[in-house]
Structures are given as C-alpha cells and as structure tokens.
Ligand binder design. Structure first.
Ligand code: PNW
Length: 493
C-alpha cells in the first residue's frame, strides 16, 4: 500500500548524517609499499588471476594511498559530514600479529583522519573490510579461534592510536560478516582460497562474533567512555527476501527461513534479548548434520558465558542495504553447505531493473523500508540505524541518471521509515565515494559518485552527475518530490 506523495515529509532530520563509503583494498593500491604485508586479496588476485575479471588486481586500485586528500575534497565538495573508510590490517600489523607495528601504516590513517577533521568530516572507521593478513590465513584465517585474540590486539591499537580524537567515535568492527563466510563457500566469489563450505562457513561466523564481542568489551574495559565517546557496531548486509508467489504459504516460509539463515543467524547473538543463535537454526542444522552422518551439529555452540558476553555488544546498527530477491523453498538435497541447510532458492525477477555487471543488484527501493521495519520489529526500537552502504552499479558514465534514480527512490523509502514508521535513523553512507575495485568483478562494475580514470597513472577523479544530486541534498536537506512517484512506479514492476 503506497502512501500518497503529499503525506510524506520530505525533509531530513537536522541530525541526519550524509556521507560516503569506501574500503581499503578497493581504493588504496600501494599493496606492498611502506612495509604493508600481504593480504588474502593480494594473494588471491596474484595467485588466481583467472578468478578476477580481466585478471585485474588491487595493486594500484584508485591510488588513494597517495590521493586521499582528493578523496576528502570530494566529500567536502558534496557537503558530506562523514566518511566511512576501512583500515588495512596488514598495513598496521604486516603479518596480523601484534609484535610488529608498522608505523608508516599507522601514519597513513592518521593523515587521513586529520585531513577529514580539517573539514569537520566525521570518520566512521571499519576495522575489517575483508583484507585479512595472509599470514593469519595460513593459520586457518577465521576458522582458527586463535584469530579472536589477534583481532582484539588489532582493535586495541586502533582505539589507542586513533580514538584519542573526540570525533573518532563511530566504529564498525566487521563489514558484512556473511560475505566473509561466503569466502569459504566457492572459488571465484571471494578470497580466500581454498574453500571449506558447510563447516568453515559456520566456524567463520562463530569466531567473528566472538572477535567482535572482544573488541566491544575491550573498549568498555580499557577505554572509559568519559574519555573516548565511541559507538561500536557491525555493518550487516541484509537483502530483502520476497515470496516468489505471495499467496503461497510455502514461499512465505521461505522468506522466514532465508532471514533466519542470512540475518538472524548473525544478528540474534548480538541484538536479541536472549542472545545466542535462534533455536530454529540450531535444530535445522543439527538435524541436517545427523542425516548426513555427522556425530554432532556443524553449527558450533556458544557456552552460556559466551552467550552473555556477546549479547548487547552494539550501540547502533550498521546496515548495508542494496536490494531484494525472490525466494521459494528448495527441498532437493545438495552437498554439505549452508545453501543446502537453508533449502531456499533465490531469484531475480526479470522485470526488475538490474545493474549492468553486478546482476545481483536490482533497483528495489521498497527493500529499504522493509528491512528497516523488520529490524525494528525484531530487535526493538532502541537501536539507531546508520546505513553503512547503499548504492547502484553501472559502467562508469558521468551522466549516471540511473544512480540518481536509485538514490532518490531509496531516500524516499527511508524518509517514509523515518517519518511514518518512526525508525530511528542516524544517517546514510553512499557506496561508494569513488569508483574502485569491485572485488572479483574488479573494474567492470562502477559504484562511485566520482569517476576515476583507471587508465590515467594519476587516477584523475571527476564528479559524476550523482555527486551534484548529493550536493543538492546535503544543502537543501530535502528530497525532490518526484522521487516518491518514481519509487511507487518501481514497486509496480
Ligand atoms: C558490499 N552480493 O559487497 C561490500 O561491502 C562492498 O565492499 C562492495 O563493493 C559493495 O557491497 C558493492 O558490491 C557485496 O553478491 C558484494 O550479493 C556482493 C554482494 C553483496 C554485497
């Protein structure tokens, strides 16, 4: 039921934060410069070039290691008040181990932070956006529990070296935990290689939840909030599942099962009142494991102490919200894997507008409002939500009208969530500030508000039309009315 244009307040609340996001491996380049160690993405792109589109690497990427001042200027020119960026772990600790600090790496992010503060742009710092030190991967990466301690050591040095400045207070421990787990699933999607589906998948999520909680509890213990005013969370990706056939009870069940396996799996332990994995999830995986001949469930268990330790370790929600998909039950037996445990098939409707080289990403603005309401209804209204990513991909044209339409309609649904549904919103970070390396899709799929010329050794940045759309939003703090109608039209598809 769409709401009439005239009834929606189109203004953004005064404290709503506008910003843009990037991640270290996708923009920095300088992969082996100034003492940086090898990350799993360096390793993957160098050793399995066939998995990377056009055999590309992030060795140079957008050269933000050298051009960060231009990135900050882009934010300033759009009138943005925050920047979400990530820290390359192997730049700080080349092997990932805490016994060897790379001061030049520390300095790079200090320079970036200070440049942001010069223009009153608030840093939103992601500790881990997928570029794990290869040395830790050689120990088993996230599947080896020893990494929990090393992540705590990494978090400590970041709080110590960067948290002293008052406005460095928005922290995200992890970007998209589920996508990190997908790295254990198949070749050709995400590092690392080799893969361990069905087992490594759950172990990865399990150890990341522990590592996240450690970083949160460490802050509570050693960085009293009267000195550092941090707010800590994760950035969770949620794609909104829609029943393939809305009147089918079976498809409705597929919606719940999909949310159980993709989102509640990782959110319940942190955000639910009782903590821990959902009972339903435990039962399904235990039964499947038994059927398959395992002597115990492939889903690891938390002790009661761990449940308590992890529960409540977030001050807000970071939400990466891009799109929707259609779901239906799939009863066929497959290999030992999360996909088989879940038993849900995912489709993209061919009536949806998808982005050119990122086919998973279609223009579904209603997903924004649905996810925001789902989170509030499930976990309570006390958590403010920062959209930590949201954006559309294309081939990189400067006249990026589709991107403008995407943002305009998603903002329309967000404003409905704010003003009608009373969802507590902190702000929005557009993915991405500049064109960058889109993981295995590399340089064939572009998300930037600013164009980067990857053929130019100087990596010249040029504002796209969408950057002027953003500039207009940040200065008027009001969405042009036409996007309400455009959003309703998209819902009809
Ligand atoms: C996120 N999918 O990744 C990441 O956080 C960013 O680094 C990335 O550039 C951005 O979204 C755009 O893709 C995703 O296949 C990668 O569904 C793939 C998917 C979703 C998110």
């Amino acid at each position: 039921s769409s709401i009439l244009c005239a009834e929606v307040d189109l203004t953004f609340p005064d404290d709503f934060m506008f910003g843009a996001a990037t991640a270290s491996y996708q923009i920095e380049g300088a992969w082996n410069v100034d003492g940086k160690g090898e990350s799993i993405w360096d390793h993957y792109s160098h050793n399995y070039p066939e998995y990377m589109k056009e055999n590309a690497t992030g060795d140079d990427a957008a050269k933000s290691y050298y051009k960060y001042k231009e990135d900050v200027k882009a934010l300033k020119d759009m009138g943005m008040n925050h920047y979400r960026f990530s820290i390359s772990w192997p730049r700080i600790f080349p092997t990932g181990l805490p016994n060897n600090v790379n001061e030049k790496g520390i300095k790079y992010y200090n320079n970036l932070i200070n440049e942001l503060l010069k223009y009153n742009i608030t840093p939103v710092v992601t500790m881990f956006h997928w570029d794990l030190p290869q040395y830790l991967q050689n120990l088993g990466g996230w599947t080896n529990e020893i990494i929990v301690q090393y992540f705590e050591d990494f978090a400590r040095i970041l709080y110590e070296r960067y948290g002293d400045r008052v406005s460095v207070k928005w922290w995200l421990t992890f970007n998209e935990i589920q996508n990190i787990c997908f790295g254990t699933r198949t070749k050709k999607t995400f590092a690392p290689e080799p893969v361990t589906p069905g087992i490594g998948y759950y172990l990865t999520g399990h150890n990341i939840l522990k590592a996240h909680a450690r970083a949160y509890r460490l802050y509570e213990k050693e960085f009293p909030r009267d000195k550092q005013h941090g707010k800590i969370s994760i950035a969770k990706e949620i794609m909104w599942p829609i029943a393939l056939n809305e009147s089918s009870e079976c498809d409705q069940a597929a919606v719940n099962k999909n949310l159980l396996f993709t989102s509640r799996w990782l959110l319940d332990p942190i955000f639910s009142k009782q903590g821990d994995y959902p009972q339903e999830l435990k039962d399904i995986i235990a039964n499947k494991s038994k059927e398959q001949g395992f002597k115990q469930s492939r889903l690891p268990t938390f002790t009661p102490e761990e449940v308590k330790y992890i529960r409540g370790t977030a001050d807000y929600l970071g939400l990466n919200e891009y799109t929707s998909y259609l779901v239906t039950m799939n009863e066929k037996k497959g290999n030992v894997s999360m996909a088989d445990d879940m038993g849900v098939t995912i489709y993209i409707s061919d009536t949806w507008i998808t982005s050119k080289n990122s086919a998973w990403l279609s223009m579904n603005p209603q997903s924004m409002r649905s996810v925001l309401n789902w989170f509030k209804d499930n976990y309570g209204e006390q958590y403010g939500v920062l959209i930590t990513e949201n954006g559309f991909a294309d081939g990189g044209d400067l006249d990026d009208d589709m991107r403008i339409k995407y943002y305009g309609t998603y903002f329309a649904e967000m404003l409905k969530a704010i003003h009608i549904d009373k969802v507590k919103m902190i702000g929005h970070s557009a993915w991405a500030l500049i064109d960058n390396l889109e993981w295995t899709t590399a340089y064939t799929s572009k998300f930037g508000l600013y164009h980067v010329d990857f053929k130019d050794p100087e990596r010249k940045r040029t504002p796209k039309k969408s950057s002027y759309f953003m500039k207009n939003l940040t200065s008027t703090r009001r969405l042009p009315e036409e996007y309400l109608k455009l959003s309703d039209d998209l819902a009809e598809r």
